[in-house]
Design a protein around this ligand. Structure first.
Ligand SMILES: Cc1ncc(C[n+]2csc(CCOP(=O)(O)OP(=O)(O)O)c2C)c(N)n1
Ligand code: SF4
Ligand code: SF4
Length: 592
């Protein structure tokens, strides 16, 4: 038996391969991204793709499942909101071959706009749910999810969290097996969710969940650890690991692997005779509400709260256990390092041009590397809610501004991947509503924030094959918008960038700016740049700090002069050079 160290995400990918999955789709999002990246290593056996959003990813997987092959769709927690429309109805249809939705939640908002707990989706959408605690379980539970989903005709949810996705632990590898493809046969009564069929399927899914609940009582995915204590802990996922670290063998455990539906019988038998039941869970009081609804007194959320990540330290403090090891002190004292736009980032040029015209603009942002423009020194936008909203919130905002006599123009800002994800439909609304807005696509030719995933605009797909690149400018023109209202500019070139914003400010009605320049970290960009960088002539520098206004992390101010403190990260983009009135900054080719 081969044993390797894998992250949870890698182990899910391996589990999918061992389970015989044939189709996998996802939209990237931390902490789920590496699942599809690793599935692509099996591209000879698994067709995999970055879909344009989580809804289409899920629908691709639904199609494959109905078509008779095992399929998986992976996403971060907020992605499940986008995918929830097909998920709620697919739950009624059930599956032909297994269908697994993987949700990677982000307690503590390490890289997310909220910390929603997607366990709540399972009862709401009527999905069978498994929650792994480590990498081995990630692999095994992925395989089990396909078996259980097929056995009970249920769509399954594998619910993970950041620490499960990204922690590494030992995994025993297996072989690729899984069920052979099931032939597709026409069954509209099962798969066409018109009211007449949906009513019957609602009955079926309830029955199927009850069958899974029966099974859960004796399933090896749930585990009781009897340490002879009068205190029992009920937990699941990473919280079980934290509970073990905090309580050790001083309590009994009910570790739930199947967290929807939960076996009442199992919980009742575990709790019987115990003096105290603690529910240790991160996020919402999901297990606690369930256990309390069974009439079993228990304690959890009142001690732990529902915000932020859980850890053994928090549990020890909440339950008055012995002092924590010193390692926590070290963690607490680590200095914060807020993320910044990279040296040479094209978004910096856009935000600088916006910042000098700030008084005339109300700006709405979105989610991507360009979100970092919200911080000092640019304070590039005030509002940022969810993907795609950067183009639709301005519609309502501009109507409100007009009603109140606010003369500022409302700008919307989003990136290329976000435009494909849901920004385009928002643009359609802007055109349809004759909105008086300027919508800006910061097209850096890649999905940068999540680690350079291909998207509909790239000529390569996830598997490395050549595919047609879908042109954003043509998409914009396809709305019928007058071409004179669309400006395509290089955001680093301040003359072009500034002129486009000025024109937008002078134009009544819709205006679109495509600020197009590839991400500075793209391999092709780095290669084409051939080590070019900028240098600052110290004799010419007057120490006026004009170049510091762009906050490039490659620059510093020392001894009353600007310097390129980190020449290795300088890309020679020359944005700083455009700031200098004294010609002190110049680009040198092949400077490294
Ligand atoms: C619904 C949803 N799905 C996924 C994410 C994760 N996510 C955040 S930013 C981003 C990519 C943005 O790419 P792009 O719009 O091209 O901007 P860039 O980072 O390249 O500047 C993704 C996938 C999210 N926050 N919300
Ligand atoms: S990864 Fe690319 S787009 Fe993101 S901040 Fe860095 S240079 Fe800018
Ligand atoms: S040229 Fe100037 S702005 Fe561009 S990366 Fe180098 S130091 Fe930063």
């Amino acid at each position: 038996m081969q044993r390797v160290i894998m992250s949870g995400d890698e182990a899910v990918a391996r589990g999918a391969w061992e389970a015989g999955v044939s189709v996998a789709a996802a939209y990237p999002g931390t902490p789920s991204t590496e699942i599809l990246e690793n599935i692509s290593l099996y591209k000879d056996e698994i067709y995999c793709t970055w879909a344009n959003n989580e809804k289409t990813a899920t629908e691709i997987a639904i199609g494959a499942s109905i078509g008779g092959v095992r399929a998986l769709a992976a996403m971060k927690h907020v992605g499940m909101n986008v995918a929830s429309d097909p998920i709620f109805s697919a739950a009624y249809t059930g599956v032909n071959a297994g269908l697994l939705i993987v949700s990677a939640d982000d307690p503590g908002c390490h890289s997310s706009q909220n910390e929603q707990d997607n366990r709540l989706y399972a009862p709401h959408a009527k999905l069978g749910m498994l929650e792994p605690s480590d990498s081995q379980e990630c692999k095994e539970f992925t395989k089990a999810a396909f078996e259980l989903g097929e056995k009970f005709d249920l769509v399954m949810l594998l619910r993970m969290t950041t620490r499960v996705c990204h922690s590494k632990s030992v995994v025993e590898l297996g072989e690729r097996a899984g069920a052979p493809p099931v032939a597709y046969t026409s069954k509209p009564e099962k798969y066409a969710m018109l009211p007449v069929n949906a009513r019957k399927r609602h009955v079926a899914v309830e029955q199927n969940l009850n069958r899974l609940k029966e099974y859960a009582y004796s399933s090896p995915l749930n585990r009781v650890e009897d340490n002879g204590s009068s205190i029992g802990v009920i937990s699941s996922g990473i919280s079980y690991m934290h509970a073990k670290e905090a309580f050790g063998d001083s309590v009994n455990y009910l570790k739930l692997g199947i967290t929807y539906p939960i076996s009442d019988r199992l919980v009742r038998e575990f709790a019987a005779g115990l003096e105290k039941v603690y529910i240790i869970e991160e996020g919402e009081g999901y297990l606690e509400s369930y256990v309390k609804a069974l009439g079993i007194p228990c304690t959890g959320k009142e001690m732990l709260g529902c915000q932020g990540e859980l850890d053994a330290h928090k549990i020890r403090q909440a339950f008055g256990l012995e002092a924590e090891p010193e390692i926590y002190e070290a963690g607490i004292n680590a200095p914060p390092r807020p993320p910044v736009l990279c040296a040479g980032c094209p978004h910096r040029g856009f935000y600088y041009a916006m910042s000098v015209r700030k008084d005339k603009i109300i700006a709405v942002g979105d989610i991507g590397c360009y979100s970092l423009g919200v911080n000092a020194p640019f304070y590039g936008f005030d509002i940022g809610i969810c993907m795609g909203s950067g183009f639709s919130i301005p519609i309502g905002l501009s109507k409100a501004a007009k009603l109140q006599g606010d003369k500022r123009k409302v700008f919307g800002i989003l990136g290329d991947s976000t435009f494909y994800h849901s920004g385009f439909t928002s643009l359609l609304d802007a055109v349809h509503t004759c909105a008086d807005v300027c919508l800006c696509v910061l097209d850096n030719s890649i999905t940068a924030m999540t680690g350079h995933q291909e998207n509909a605009g790239t000529q390569k797909d996830l598997m490395g094959y050549e595919v047609p690149a879908i042109d954003i400018v043509q998409m914009i023109y396809s709305t019928g918008i007058d071409k004179s209202r669309v400006k395509i500019v290089d955001p680093i070139d301040q003359e072009q960038m500034g002129a486009a914003i000025d024109e937008a400010l002078e134009t009544e009605g819709i205006f679109v700016i495509v600020a197009k320049r590839p991400c500075a970290l793209l391999k092709e960009v780095i290669k084409a740049n051939r080590g070019a960088r900028c240098v600052i002539d110290q004799d010419k520098c007057r120490g006026c700090k004009a170049c510091m206004k762009i906050a490039c992390p490659a620059m510093a101010f020392e001894n009353k002069k600007a310097i390129i403190a980190d020449p290795a990260s300088c890309t020679g983009c020359e944005l700083c050079a455009q700031m200098c009135k004294f010609d002190a900054i110049s680009r040198v080719e092949g400077g490294r």
